[in-house]
Design a binder for this molecule. Sequence first.
Ligand SMILES: O=C(O)CCC(=O)C(=O)O
Length: 361
Amino acid sequence: MMPTDVMARASVSFSSLGFAPSTTIPPGDAAAAAAAPTPSSFSSKGRLALRSALEQFGFAVVTDVVPEDVLRHWESLWAADLMSIVDKTASDPAAVATLSQDPIARWPLDQLSLGHKFATEYGLPQGRLAWAVRRSAEVKHVFANLFDTSDLCVSTDNVFFNNRALPGDSTDHERRNELWPHADQNVHDLPAGVWEVYQGVMYLWPANVDSSATVVMPGSHMQTFSDLMADVDRWRSKGHFCKLPKSQLGAFAAAAGRVPVPRGGLLLWNSRTIHQGWSNGPRLAVPVCFEPKSRRDESALARKRDCVLTGMPTTHWASLGLCHHLPVDASARGAVDGLALNTAAHLHTGGTLPEDINELL
Ligand SMILES: O=C(O)CCC(=O)C(=O)O
C-alpha cells in the first residue's frame, strides 16, 4: 500500500474546494450538466493543496466528494444497469428473479464476464451509473479547480466492477498481480502529448488492502516519465498508452503502491504518472476525466456521440474521443444456465442523445 505519510500529504477534502451549495443537483438530474461551478466559487486554499499534491506526487485523493445518499443511489443505478442487460424474454424467469434480489452481489462474474478486465461490454460504459458520475456537479467541480474553467468535456471510459471476494485464507503478501505499468501520455503525439491531463477514478466502494485498487508510482510523472519518453524511436507514431520497459519493472514494484481511497473519494493522477490497476478483491468505481472543451474538435465530438449511442467506451481522454476497443472475453459469454444477455445498458437514454449528455461531450 502507499505509505501513510505520502497519503496524508496527497489527500484533500472536497469541502476545502469551495463547492457552492447552489450548484448541488440531485444525482441523475438532467440539469446537473448545466449547473456549472464558476471559478469565483473556488477556494484558493483547497485548490492550492490539490494542485501541489498533484505536482509533487503526480496523484491526489479528494475525499468526501459525494455524500452517502448519493453513493447509495449510484449503487442502485449499477444494479439497474446490470438488470437491464439481462434478456428477460430469453432467460429463465426463476434465474432472473434470483439475480434481481441483489444483482450487484449475485452477478456471476466468472461465468458472465462483463468484458475484458473491466465492464467494457453490453453498453455498460454508457449506462446509468457511468452517466450519473459524469453528470455530478461535484466531480466536475474538482476538475474545474484544476483547469480554472468550467467549460469542460468529459470522457466516457469503462466501469470498474469486481464482486469477487478475496479468498479468505490469502494474506496480502501472497497476492499476485500482472505488472503492466504505463503512462497514458506520449509527448511525441502532438498536440495532446503536452497537455495537462488528469485521470480520475470515482470510488463507490473503498480501495483498501483487501480490494482492487489503482497503483501509482509517486513522483514518476517527472523524471521516470521523461526517461520513458527519451526513446523517441519507440514512441514516435504511437498512441498514448506507453508501457514501462521490462528493465524498469523492478524499480516500479519497489516504489509504487496501491492507493487507499475512501468510499465517495475521487482519485486523480497526472496522465504522465506511471500507474496500473491492481485486480484482487471487490471494486465498484467509475473512471472520469474532464478536460477543457477548447481542446476537443468536431471529429472527436462525433466519435463521442457515436460511442454514447452504441454503448461503446472511449479511453480516458475527454478531448480526443478515442474509442476504447478491448479484446472480448468470449469464453465467459453467456455461459450461465438460464441467463441470456443483451447489449442494452446504454438504452436508458431511449436511444437518443439527451441535451445534457451532449453538452458534457
Ligand atoms: O484500474 C485502475 O485503477 C487503473 C486502470 C488504468 O491503468 C487506466 O485506466 O489507465
